[in-house]
Design a protein around this ligand. Structure first.
Ligand code: SAH
Length: 232
């Protein structure tokens, strides 16, 4: 009788561990087949992608699909990017310890968490109040003390904390906002989808060297539009 009680008590914990292991297996498979296989080689990026529990950043309805090779809905008409795109953008900005990053478009908080595994501090801005609230709570719960988030329009950046070594914009516009170019540190890198926000864009990488900005156009991508806060 007592044995049964013990079994009944530890069984849910056992199932939970199995499930957790299953996600770790899926996460490693994701990194091997979707990310390394497509040419991402930066050690920090790969390690972060193996660590961050992506299934906790999507609505529970989609947890089982969290490691599949596609973007997923996160509510409010927004999406979490495909894992490869997150890894690609992360590698492009050359993250390393000691750097400070700004992200525009917190969404679920996943990209911010991946960056925060590598850099010193991540500042992130989200324009949908519910998403800003939910992601801040999630990041807090997961223990990301080096992510500072706020609700607002990221078009104008975050002057108070500028300059940033890294700027990642995860929403599309037909141009790179001037304030973001200005808030990029010397030697810094900015990546953003630029093009028609309603259809397809190109990932653009921008460097600042000796105060001069150069641009490199990369691969076609599809992101949700960068919104503007019209009240301002
Ligand atoms: N990086 C996110 C996914 C981004 S989806 C993740 O890892 O989950 C794009 C996000 O940008 C959406 O949440 C959208 O609400 C937000 N967004 C759009 N325009 C914005 C703006 N002007 N300022 C801040 N966030 C914005």
């Amino acid at each position: 009788m007592r044995l049964w009680i013990i079994i009944v008590m530890i069984f849910p914990g056992f199932l939970f561990c199995l499930q957790k292991d299953q996600y770790a297996i899926e996460r490693n498979r994701m990194v091997n087949t979707q990310i390394i296989a497509r040419g991402i080689s930066d050690g920090g990026t790969l390690q972060a992608m193996r660590k961050v529990p992506r299934h906790l950043f999507v609505p529970s309805l989609y947890a089982r699909e969290a490691y599949s090779d596609r973007p997923l809905p996160i509510g409010y008409n927004q999406t979490i990017s495909q894992p490869f795109i997150v890894a690609y953008m992360t590698e492009l900005v050359r993250p390393s310890g000691g750097k400070r990053a700004l992200e525009i478009g917190t969404g679920s908080g996943y990209q911010a968490a991946v960056l925060a595994e590598i850099v010193d501090t991540v500042y992130t801005i989200e324009i949908v109040p519910e998403l800003a609230r939910e992601s801040a709570a999630r990041l807090e719960l997961l223990g990301y003390r080096n992510i500072i988030s706020k609700f607002g329009d990221g078009y104008t950046g975050w002057l108070e904390h500028a300059p940033f070594d890294i700027i990642i914009v995860t929403a599309a516009a037909d141009h790179i906002p001037q304030p973001l170019k200005e808030q990029l540190a010397e030697g810094g890198r900015l990546v953003m989808p630029v093009g028609n926000p309603a259809t397809v864009q190109e990932l653009v990488l921008l460097f600042k060297r000796k105060g001069k900005i150069t641009e490199q156009r990369l691969t076609p991508v599809r992101f949700v539009p960068l919104k503007r806060n019209r009240e301002k």
